[in-house]
Structures are given as structure tokens and as C-alpha cells.
Design a protein around this ligand. Structure first.
Ligand code: ZN
Length: 433
């Protein structure tokens, strides 16, 4: 009886606290809402609990609403990183994979994700990771349970690779029995089992390495790895579970086969041509080029597979950018993905992908949408994130001045909010609640 009374008092206190947490209005100098083409002024964004509940002229704000002014700042949707590997914690990632347990990777990956959040990335799509278990899904669970704060996490536990493919570790002798960084599958039945296991343990995307990779040793990005029946099985099994497939593909034949098979996104898509562009338009396939990672590693000796990276950087980068521009103008939906990895990366570097997209011919506003509204559409989360509209989660950032004139402003926002909670607010007092 006493216990019941205590519980009732606790419930009453909780309800009172909820009622006290009134809506508040964020009042920036300017707003990019992710929908329109222009910077807007004179608007306030009303946040109630986890959600945006209104975007109204400042003059129309109710008198009793709490006002949180963001002078000198442009408010915009939280950034969505369409391609990341939070558990990769070293440039030499395949050796690092062999040296670290899944638990260690989870600890470093959580720290990396928290840095991403502090730098404006409120949602991250994990494109498979160098891990044996499911550390990203464990992090997502701990975040959902309120134990830790991190970006919203979606994506795949692993990248599915053939034996000898980009997810295998190809520089060791055949005597070495190792656990590859990817998930090795050969033949449709192994693909089917792998897809089922991925989904069972929390992957909401399936990631497949359709061709060789640039940043791994001993495989060729210009070759197609998966056979047509393996590719078809991956898409058919994933789609049976309403899970989309993301296809890493450099070689043109690999891109075109993957698009035709029905993947939702093409990752890298380096050697796309007119036919690839036409197919992507026809199938509504999203395109995540991940250009900046090549610049990041250009001319260094950080990677074991550096020769392949230098080749694309020195000989092909301009043509690739031109192709991405053609794809954009033809109507292919371009999404920003950094592909840099986690703990070893300066968190300001992730946003450089957005600026590089303008080198391909996207306008600054389209480049921002590639990391907000269009990325949300790829995730099928457009009713939750990616725009500043009533009903969306209050995932918001603010940067000094006008980011359309200088996209580097996005590298280090002054204000970050996730689900209505202030994560960062430089130069101001902490959240008064
Ligand atoms: Zn990647």
C-alpha cells in the first residue's frame, strides 16, 4: 500500500514536470528548411518535446512561449551522413580490425559517433563495418534505451563480400585462419543466410560489395565480384523483409547490374556512364559518391592500398566529378556520405563531402539537401528527419553566417539539437530545462 502511494506520487511528479516543459521557440537570424530553395528570415521554429511543432513568423509567436535566440546564426536540419563506418578507428583499418575486439570497437565507435553528433550529424547510416559482432547495433540499442547519447543510427552490421573481395583480408598467407573485416559469402545460399543473420541482429540495410574496393588490398575495383545469381538473391531476400540494399560498386558493369537488380543506393559509383545514369533515373536509385575520402588520403602513404587511391585521385577525379554533375542534372538523387571512418578522424572533416559536391556542379543548396532532405528520402525517413517542418524530430543545427556562401561553416556548428535536447550551444548557457 505504501509502495503504491509512493508510485502514485512519482507519477504525479512526472506528469507535472512534463506539463512544465513548455514549447519553446528557436529564433535564428536565418533559416534553411531543407524544402525551399532560399534562405528565409523572420521565422521562428517551435519545438515541443522531441518534435518541431511549427515554423511561424516571429511576430506571430504566442506571448507565453519561451524564446531561445540564436543571433548571427542560420538554423537548418541536422545533417545526415549517408555512408559511414564508425567502428573503423585507424587508417590501416584491416590490420586494426584484426587487433581489436568488437567491444573495443564499440567503445571507440561510440566516442566517434558522439563527436559526429557534436559536429552536427544527427543521423548516420552505417554502411557495414569492420566487425565480427554487431557493435553498431549494440550502440543503437544503448542509445534507444537512454544510456548514451549519439546520432540516430541506421544501416548494416557488415559489408557482404566474396572470398578475396574488398571485405576479405587478402595480404595474409593461406595458413592464417582469420576473421575477415567483412562478412564473406559465396553462392546464393550463403548470401541468403547472411542477409537473414544481418536482419536478425538489427541491420535495417543490407550492404554488399558488388565490385572490388579502392581502400583494401589485393582486389580490383574495376572487377565485378558478385555473380548475377548472388546479387539477385541479396536483393530478393532483403526485400522479402522490407529491408533495402546498398551496393558498393566502382566498375561500370557492377553499377549497372546492381541498379537493374533493384538496390536502393549505389555507393561510390565511380565508373558510371550514360547507361548507369539512365538506369538510376529509371529505377529511382540514390547515389552516394563519397568523393572526399579520396582527397583525404591523396598523396599520403597512410593506406596499404594507396596506389589504387592515388590512381583515381590523380587520373580520374575530374572526369568522375563531371559524371556526378551529369547524373545530378539528369535527375539522379545525390546523397552526401563521408566514408571516412570513426575515432581517428577529425570530426570537422565529415562535412567536407558536402562542399566537394559543389565541385561536381550541385548548387550549395542542393549540396545541403544531399546531406538533409534527400538523404532522409533515401532512408525512407522523410517524415521524421531532414527538413525543418512541423511533425519532424527536432534535429537541428545552427552555423554562423550564411552557409550557402561558405559550406565550410557546416564543419563545426555552433548549435546542435537532437530530438529537442540541446547537444551543443557555443557561447551560451546550457539548456535551461
Ligand atoms: Zn564505405
Amino acid at each position: 500500500m505504501v509502495l503504491r502511494k509512493i508510485l502514485m506520487v512519482m507519477v504525479a511528479v512526472l506528469l507535472a514536470n512534463n506539463a512544465a516543459a513548455a514549447a519553446r521557440a528557436l529564433i535564428p537570424d536565418a533559416l534553411i528548411d531543407g524544402v525551399g530553395e532560399q534562405l528565409q528570415t523572420g521565422l521562428a521554429v517551435i519545438v515541443d518535446g522531441e518534435y518541431i511543432v511549427g515554423v511561424v513568423p516571429v511576430a506571430d509567436l504566442p506571448a507565453d512561449v519561451e524564446r531561445l535566440r540564436l543571433p548571427g546564426l542560420t538554423l537548418m536540419p541536422g545533417l545526415i551522413n549517408g555512408h559511414e563506418h564508425p567502428l573503423i578507428y585507424s587508417d590501416d583499418y584491416q590490420n586494426a580490425h584484426l587487433a581489436a575486439s568488437s567491444a573495443y570497437k564499440a567503445l571507440l565507435g561510440l566516442a566517434a559517433l558522439q563527436r559526429m553528433l557534436e559536429h552536427g550529424w544527427t543521423t548516420v547510416r552505417v554502411m557495414g563495418d569492420a566487425d565480427v559482432l554487431f557493435a553498431n547495433q549494440d550502440i543503437a540499442r544503448a542509445v534507444a534505451e537512454g544510456v548514451h547519447t549519439a546520432p540516430r543510427i541506421t544501416g548494416a552490421g557488415h559489408y557482404l563480400s566474396i572470398t578475396g573481395g574488398g571485405g576479405d583480408i587478402n595480404y595474409l598467407s593461406p595458413e592464417q585462419a582469420i576473421a575477415a573485416d567483412g562478412y564473406i559469402v559465396d553462392g546464393p545460399m550463403e548470401v541468403r543466410r547472411a542477409v537473414r543473420r544481418e536482419i536478425k541482429y538489427g541491420s535495417d540495410w543490407i550492404k554488399i560489395l558488388v565490385t572490388g574496393a579502392f581502400h583494401s588490398v589485393g582486389d580490383d575495383p574495376k572487377n565485378v565480384a558478385f555473380s548475377p545469381d548472388e546479387l539477385a538473391e541479396a536483393v530478393a531476400e532483403a526485400n522479402r523483409h522490407s529491408v533495402p540494399v546498398a551496393a558498393h560498386a566502382h566498375a561500370n558493369a557492377g553499377i549497372n547490374q546492381a541498379v537493374t537488380a533493384g538496390v536502393r543506393s549505389i555507393e561510390h559509383g565511380t565508373y558510371l556512364d550514360d547507361r548507369s545514369i539512365a538506369l538510376m533515373v529509371e529505377h529511382g536509385t540514390f547515389y552516394v559518391p563519397t568523393i572526399y575520402v579520396g582527397d583525404y588520403y591523396a598523396g599520403t602513404d597512410k593506406l596499404l592500398a594507396q596506389e589504387k587511391n592515388d590512381d583515381i585521385y590523380l587520373n580520374y577525379r575530374d572526369e568522375w566529378l563531371a559524371r556526378i554533375g551529369e547524373a545530378h542534372r539528369a535527375g539522379v538523387k545525390i546523397v552526401a556520405g563521408s566514408d571516412l571512418g570513426g575515432y581517428h578522424i577529425d570530426p570537422r572533416a565529415y562535412a567536407r563531402e558536402i562542399a566537394v559536391l559543389t565541385e561536381a556542379g550541385l548548387s550549395p543548396m542542393d549540396a545541403i539537401k544531399a546531406a538533409t532532405a534527400v538523404a532522409a528520402e533515401m532512408l525512407q525517413w522523410q517524415d521524421r528527419v531532414g527538413t525543418v517542418q512541423s511533425g519532424r524530430w527536432a534535429d537541428l543545427i545552427a552555423v554562423p553566417g550564411n552557409p550557402l556562401q561558405d559550406l565550410s561553416r557546416l564543419e563545426d556548428p555552433s548549435f546542435v539539437m537532437k530530438g529537442g535536447a540541446i547537444i551543443r550551444w557555443d557561447g551560451q548557457q546550457a539548456d535551461p530545462r
